[in-house]
Design a protein around this ligand. Structure first.
Ligand code: NI
Length: 157
C-alpha cells in the first residue's frame, strides 16, 4: 500500500461530513470574492477526478506519461454546478474518489514506481516537474491528492 493512500481514504470521509454541514445557500457562497462558490469547487474536483481516472488507467497501457489536459474554468462554467443539489455534488465527489482510491490501490507497484523520461508533468501537474527530469506515476497520484486537499482547504474552515 502506498503511504498516502490511507490518508486519502480518511480525508474523503471526514471531508464529506464537514462539507455536508453547509446548507444549499452557504454552498453558493464564493470562498473569496470573485472566486468559485463551494459547488463550483466540488465540480472542479469532480473534473479533476474524471480526468485523472483516465490518466491512471491509460498509464498502465503505455510507456510514456504524456496526457491531455483541459481548461478548468471552461469546464466548471459548462456544467452549471450551481444549479445542482449540494448533497448530490458532495456524494458524487466522495463516491468517485472512493472509486479512485480502489483504482490507485490496484495499480501494480512496478507501474506505480517505474521511472519514465517522456512525460508532460511540466504541463499537467498541480506542482509541475521540469520536462527534462524523469518522473513516476506515483508522483502524479500524490499530486492529484495534494490538489484535492488544496481545494478542500479553500472551502473548509
Ligand atoms: Ni484546481
Amino acid at each position: 500500500m502506498i503511504k498516502f493512500l490511507s490518508d486519502f481514504k480518511t480525508t474523503l470521509d471526514s471531508a464529506e461530513k464537514a462539507l455536508l454541514i453547509y446548507t444549499e445557500e452557504e454552498s453558493l457562497e464564493p470562498y473569496n470574492p470573485g472566486k468559485w462558490n463551494k459547488k463550483e469547487v466540488i465540480s472542479h474536483l469532480i473534473d479533476s477526478a474524471c480526468i485523472n481516472r483516465f490518466r491512471f488507467v491509460t498509464a498502465q497501457f503505455k510507456d510514456d506519461l504524456v496526457f491531455s489536459t483541459y481548461n478548468e474554468t471552461d469546464w466548471v462554467k459548462a456544467q452549471a454546478a450551481s444549479e445542482q443539489s449540494w448533497k448530490f455534488l458532495v456524494s458524487f465527489w466522495k463516491n468517485y474518489n472512493h472509486h479512485l482510491y480502489h483504482l490507485l490501490s490496484s495499480i501494480p507497484d512496478e507501474i506505480v514506481n517505474r521511472t519514465v523520461s517522456k512525460h508532460n508533468y511540466d504541463f499537467i501537474c498541480w506542482k509541475p516537474i521540469p520536462a527534462d527530469e524523469p518522473v513516476t506515476l506515483k508522483y502524479l497520484m500524490h499530486d492529484y491528492y495534494s490538489h484535492l486537499k488544496h481545494h478542500l482547504s479553500q472551502i473548509l474552515t
